[in-house]
Design a protein around this ligand. Structure first.
Ligand SMILES: Cc1cc2nc3c(=O)[nH]c(=O)nc-3n(C[C@H](O)[C@H](O)[C@H](O)COP(=O)(O)O)c2cc1C
Length: 383
């Protein structure tokens, strides 16, 4: 039998000046484990400790609100919009760091059109909440920038190893990039430079505050999958501006609430992976961006399930890191399983049933729960 080695997958690599022990990243995942007003709870810390013990190199936590207006309509979201949140986040980081040499980053986010009082770069009727977003005034955009910067500084003060900005999936920052939503005529709209300016301004101001040893990277909308939206051609131009600005890494993504429930598209960004052909569905984005990355790491995310394929992508230089979300909900110890020699793909069936579990408590995988219950019954029968 040929023994397959995952040499590259389990080799260290840096984002900015921070070394990550392997190439496996847990992509940001809302878990609804904070208190109703956004403070870190013991239940939430335990959730992340389980992930830390499981062998992943970097945990990107979850959409973390940078201001009160930018909170997600779903409660129990981590917040970092004032200093009272620092102590809890510090405890989370310190506890996770105690359990393994894993690195941890928050994902700073503003809900935009998906918040309680929906706002967007331009007036926009969002079909999910059936609300028309109010157009942000120029001065309000400067406030949003400042709030991202201050939440970035609080991330640094909380001891996080780096910070990711959420510029994907139809949240506010990605709405600025998308020409079908951003119809502004001021400095934050118009051509690619204008629509990308909010991300350039946040980076420049945050870098000044935290210095060059604190990596700042992005989850980036690279395809909107709607008419008049971001295409790969445009994503390449956007990413080039962001790499030149100094962002330390990019995790390409795409889709939003405008596509999730659209039966004519494969429900981006949560595509149901039914066969190996459905896997790695943001590969076109990664391939398009790779030539302009100037040695900055590129993270392949979206339906990545097979460690042998991951190893191949890394060895071929297609991407520098691999990120997964749903597989970790089923198997928080997935990297350890692979490192231990069981190379079968992630057990996650991408059924998306996990999404509904947050309505009534902390996120879990219903399939895993069923399997565990069945095992329990079988053990009882045996006893
Ligand atoms: C339950 C759940 C919560 C998610 N929360 C976030 C989030 O907070 N921020 C984010 O950028 N993406 C979020 N996503 C999207 C994932 O990070 C990822 O982009 C997507 O699920 C595709 O990757 P996968 O095939 O590995 O699951 C979430 C997805 C799921 C299923």
């Amino acid at each position: 039998m040929i023994k397959i080695e995952l040499k590259t997958l389990f080799s260290p690599q840096k984002i900015g000046n921070v070394e990550i022990k392997n190439r496996i990243i847990r992509s940001a995942t809302q878990i609804a484990g904070a208190s109703d007003d956004g403070y870190i709870t013991d239940e939430l810390i335990n959730f992340y400790v389980e992930l830390a013990k499981g062998g992943t190199g970097l945990i990107i936590t979850e959409i973390t609100s940078i201001d009160e207006v930018g909170r997600n309509i779903r409660n129990h979201q981590i917040c970092l919009y004032n200093d009272s949140y620092i102590a809890g986040n510090k405890k989370l980081v310190e506890t996770v760091h105690e359990y393994s040499d894993v690195k941890i980053a928050p994902q700073l986010s503003h809900a935009g059109r998906q918040g309680f009082n929906p706002v967007a770069p331009s007036t926009y009727l969002y079909k999910i909440n059936k609300k028309t977003s109010r157009e942000l005034k120029n001065l309000e955009i400067k406030e949003v920038i400042s709030n991202f910067v201050r939440a970035g500084v609080r991330s640094y003060e909380s001891g996080y190893d780096m910070v990711q900005l959420n510029a994907g999936h139809g949240w506010l920052l990605s709405n600025f990039l998308s020409p079908y939503i951003n119809k502004r005529t001021d400095e934050y709209g118009g051509d690619v430079e204008g629509r990308t300016k909010i991300l350039v301004d946040i980076f420049n101001q945050l870098r000044d505050e935290v210095g060059k040893n604190f990596p700042i990277f992005l989850k980036l909308q690279t395809q909107d999958f709607v008419e008049g939206g971001i295409t790969l051609e445009e994503a390449e131009k956007i990413a080039k501006i962001l790499v030149d600005t100094g962002y330390d890494a990019i995790e390409p993504s795409g889709g939003s609430g405008d596509t999730i429930f659209d039966q004519s598209t494969p429900s981006y960004p949560f595509v149901v992976v039914k066969s190996p052909e459905d896997e790695n569905y943001f590969l076109p984005s990664v391939k398009r961006l790779k030539p302009i990355m100037k040695d900055k790491p590129l993270i392949l995310m979206g339906g990545v399930r097979n460690p042998v394929t991951m190893e191949k992508f890394l060895q071929e230089g297609v991407a520098d890191f691999i990120a997964m979300c749903r597989p970790f909900i089923y198997e928080p110890d997935l990297p350890n399983r692979w490192m231990g020699g069981d190379l079968s793909p992630a057990l996650c069936t991408s059924c998306n049933q996990c999404l509904g579990t947050m309505m009534s408590g902390i996120l879990y995988c219903p399939i895993r729960k069923k399997v565990e219950k069945r095992k329990e019954r079988e053990e009882k029968k045996k006893a």
